[in-house]
Write a protein that binds this ligand. Structure first.
Ligand code: SPV
Ligand code: MG
Length: 288
């Protein structure tokens, strides 16, 4: 089964992914014109009000991914964290994500249970390179029937292991068959990522998550040359929190909903997002 995301990657353009924590946020990302949806583990954890530290189950994230894939036409890239265990777990997990409609999976080289990457003082311990290569091979084999894109993510920079170790791991993961390498950085400027790009031999393209260094625009990412995907990894949940805080506070201040009513989307707009018009058309056609 051919994977349309592979054609988009082959075209050489920069794919811009927006995060989602449910099908509605994914639909809004598609509506805004993003090239794909990032089924984020961080966002789902935040939506449940728990840390992004391997606390949610595989099933919880898998079902969110399936529900998203059912509601958007753009590719869905699933964040499978560490793959929920060893290479045997990874084979099982990746096959399930492929069946659920993910176009790609991103798996990181941290130990299970993991801690979230951008947390100051977080536990950032990596698995051995050979072990992660086995996990990549297992992911590739498990996704092959659906031509799944496998992205290997190194947390070497997040773990403060330095550029050489990040490059070493990236090269080893590309050798094991990863389609792309995600290199994550928590630095407040893009210098570290720019240095990685410069030294990266370009065997496979790169993926970045510029949360910590937001001044890196798409124009500058393109200029770096080797990056094929940029993931805006938590902007759906942060936008939602910003909007809810503002509106909730205003309702409390106003002592009612009379003023905010004009500031927020109408119930009819939510009906549209729920595809109610399509249901009504179906009613006319089928209900007798
Ligand atoms: C996520 O969105 O779940 C990610 C990106 O993995 S980060 O939170 O920066 O680790
Ligand atoms: Mg994650």
């Amino acid at each position: 089964m051919a994977n349309p995301m592979k054609d988009r990657l082959a075209s050489g353009t920069l794919l811009r992914l927006m995060s989602a924590h449910n099908p509605l946020s994914a639909r809004l990302a598609e509506e805004a014109g993003f090239d794909g949806v990032w089924a984020s583990g961080f966002e789902l954890s935040a939506a449940y009000g728990v840390p992004d530290a391997s606390l949610l189950s595989l099933t919880q994230h898998l079902e969110m991914t399936r529900a998203i894939a059912e509601q958007v036409t753009v590719p869905v890239v699933a964040d499978i964290d560490t793959g929920y265990g060893n290479a045997i777990n990874v084979g099982h997990v990746v096959a399930a994500y492929a069946r659920a409609g993910a176009a790609a999976v991103v798996m990181e080289d941290k130990i299970f249970p993991k801690d979230t990457s951008l947390l100051a003082g977080g536990r950032q311990e990596l698995v051995r390179i050979a072990e992660f290569q086995g996990k990549i091979e297992a992911a590739r084999d498990a996704g092959a029937a659906r031509d799944l894109v496998v992205v290997a993510r190194t947390e070497a920079l997040i773990a403060d292991l330095g550029l050489d170790e990040a490059l070493r791991r990236g090269a080893a993961y590309a050798e094991a068959g990863a389609d792309l390498i995600l290199v994550h950085s928590k630095r407040k400027t893009p210098d570290e990522i720019a240095a990685f790009c410069e030294r990266w031999p370009g065997t496979v393209p790169l993926v970045i998550v510029p949360t910590a260094y937001p001044e890196l625009t798409e124009e500058r990412i393109r200029a770096l040359g080797k990056i094929r995907i940029v993931i805006y990894a938590n902007h759906a949940i942060r936008a939602a929190v910003t909007a809810m805080r503002e509106i909730f506070a205003q309702i409390r201040r106003d002592g009612g909903i009379h003023r905010v009513d004009r500031q927020i989307v109408s119930v009819e707009e939510i009906f549209e997002l729920q595809r109610v018009p399509a249901m009504k058309a179906a009613e006319k056609r089928y209900l007798r």
